[in-house]
Design a protein around this ligand. Structure first.
Ligand code: GLN
Length: 225
């Protein structure tokens, strides 16, 4: 029997800056090596409600401010299912604009406040004077990560007890110019400013693959026979 890993890709048509979809392609490739096929379902504007718990992995890529404004409005209808999924310690990866929208709000250049999902206690403020752009390097639990960042939003944790950084900066900015850290970890959810795509760093990709397979097995075991 083929084992199919189900991935929900949030708003790929609007949130896919700098080739973030490469993260999903890399995961599909690594999962195939372990005997799994992947089914990637698009969740976007006009797609029906979805139940996150039917999936083994959620992915949310980066986007420009305009697209984020559009997505943020539609996204709120999925708040409960995504929050339940994250709280149940199921794996999710959110990059840049997607990472920002998991938090409480993103204040953009003209002062407009984009309401995020409010699942994670963090917020982001746009600062036009110093866009954070360039190659990055940071140290994580799984070793060194090399990536690329391009954002004006500065992200700050509002509950540092609850959220942990993904890594400590060696080169580049990461979340903001002040804290010296990159990204966020909460349960099995990762937020990150890393494009490149992030998962070309196979150390992180393999850690995610392990979580995804474990979640898949738990999901199947919980299904009624
Ligand atoms: N628009 C956001 C910012 O500039 C996110 C950018 C991105 O996802 N690359 O901060």
């Amino acid at each position: 029997m083929t084992k199919t890993i189900k991935i929900a890709y949030l708003y790929e048509d609007l949130m896919n800056t700098y080739g973030d979809s490469g993260d999903v392609k890399i995961l599909s490739y690594l999962l195939k090596q372990q005997g799994f096929t992947t089914q990637v379902d698009d969740v976007s504007i006009d797609t029906p409600e979805f139940n996150a718990q039917d999936y083994d992995f959620l992915f949310f890529g980066g986007g420009q401010d305009f697209e984020q404004t559009v997505v943020a409005k539609d996204l709120l209808r999925h708040k409960q299912t995504i929050a339940d999924y994250i709280e149940a310690s199921k794996p999710m990866l959110a990059i840049c604009g997607g990472y920002q929208l998991l938090g409480d709000y993103y204040e953009i250049s003209d002062g407009t406040v984009i309401k995020g999902l409010g699942i994670l206690p963090l917020h982001t403020i746009f600062k036009a004077d110093a866009r954070m752009i360039g190659d990055t390097e940071f140290e994580t639990e799984w070793g060194t990560v090399k990536a690329f960042e391009n954002h004006s939003g500065r992200t700050y944790f509002d509950d540092p007890e609850k959220l942990k950084p993904l890594g400590k900066m060696v080169t580049g900015y990461g979340n903001n110019p002040d804290d010296g850290v990159e990204g966020m970890r909460y349960k099995e959810t990762i937020g990150s400013y890393s494009h490149g795509p992030l998962l070309k760093n196979v150390n992180v990709a393999q850690a995610l693959v392990k979580q995804i397979i474990a979640n898949h097995e738990a999901r199947l075991a919980a299904e009624p026979v």
